[in-house]
Design a protein around this ligand. Sequence first.
Ligand SMILES: C[S@@+](CC[C@H](N)C(=O)[O-])C[C@H]1O[C@@H](n2cnc3c(N)ncnc32)[C@H](O)[C@@H]1O
Length: 438
Amino acid sequence: MAPHDTTAGPSDSIDGYVGDSLYPSSFHASFAPPNIDAMLAHVGIASPRGHATRSSFTMVDIGCGDGIGLILNAAAHPEGHFIGIDGNPGHVARGAAMAAEIGLDNIELHHQYFDAALAAQAGGAADYVQCQGVLAWVSETNRGHVLDLAAHMLKPGGALAVGYNCLPGWTPMVAFQQMLWTLADGLPGTPTQRFETALEQLRATGIFEAGHWEWIDEMRGRLPTDYFAHEYLNRHWTPLWSGAVLEAAAERGLALAGQARPNRLRADFALKAAWRDTLSTIANPAARECALDLLTRNWFRTDLFVKQPYARLSATVQAEARMQGWWSAARPLGEASFEARTAAGTIRFDNDAAHAILRALENGPQPLSAVPDIGEADLFNALDALFMAGEVVPADPPADVPLAAATHAALLRLDAATINGAVSSHGVIGIPRGSLRP
Ligand SMILES: C[S@@+](CC[C@H](N)C(=O)[O-])C[C@H]1O[C@@H](n2cnc3c(N)ncnc32)[C@H](O)[C@@H]1O
């Protein structure tokens, strides 16, 4: 593919991806470095940062949108360096203005297409790469560029977290998206206006049953209006089979380590015994992941890959790493729920260990080792359940976050409603919990 003119102004398409509308600012806490480290420790893989949290590191965001996620991480981690890449100049301008307003000097946002970035960006220096909402929204060629770029920028042992729409969960919406996109193509107006017009034209046809309309109308009541064009009006939008993603990653030296989100952290909590039995009969890893998605009717994955070669922790070092990991409570103890809803049903864990962990975190982040009087096995079980329930989130040891107040003020001006929930439970930014309300 020929290199793109990255100095051009807004265009209506970036290789088939909506280019004349700005994606709503969004923050994905599960792609933050402490979260990735906790997920890696859980499967016995060393953190790209080694054991010394708060040592310097580099994080890259491929298809970063306006980079709000990177900006929050950059504010929370003055010791880190952050690089965002996106093909929409409006996204980069919005993020750069916000980073400048806050006063961040550890972030660079590049207006680059993926293939141009592959040629321009230095290789082998990144500890973490995140890529949310891109892989299943772009052409097959660009999917290759994204994975090539991630593999190029990561150092050995570095981690890639990639979130994408998957099959079979999205199956009922494939025809719906195809009809919407086709109806919207060539209509006048902004992408959001075209989406709205096409949606009502599609509704009038009566082709799709109530379930589709319940799905989309519920989302329209909840999500920012500009989200929808970016989800439904891309020419190459296609939910992916996880097995195909795994194979494409493996070809580039990226090995699946787990998921960035903790919803499947523990198979014994998240999967029915019969499903686990079935999965244990499938030796091929790609086929096993597809089977898992089929059994759980999964519609979204946050695959976590590690660049080969990488270090495995001994059982002793792994247990030590988990005991030394820092955690933050997502809400005050009195509001905590001791239940987690998983694909297998609801797990309940209203036990001494879970209460002891939340009591220890009441006054701010602490390492798991700070929880008194509970044995290691009970601690790990309760922590896993609390993590899966969203009651605790991985954190770094508190550090001076000099720009927390400026970040807080900038977020309030940007769109507190969108970002409030994720940030206030994130725990490491240094912004008082729940204070990001308009
Ligand atoms: C759905 S948005 C996700 C944004 C962000 N990662 C998030 O989750 O909030 C997809 C992003 O990929 C960017 N993108 C799509 N195709 C691209 C390409 N070929 N080169 C560079 N960026 C591209 C878009 O501009 C957009 O910001």
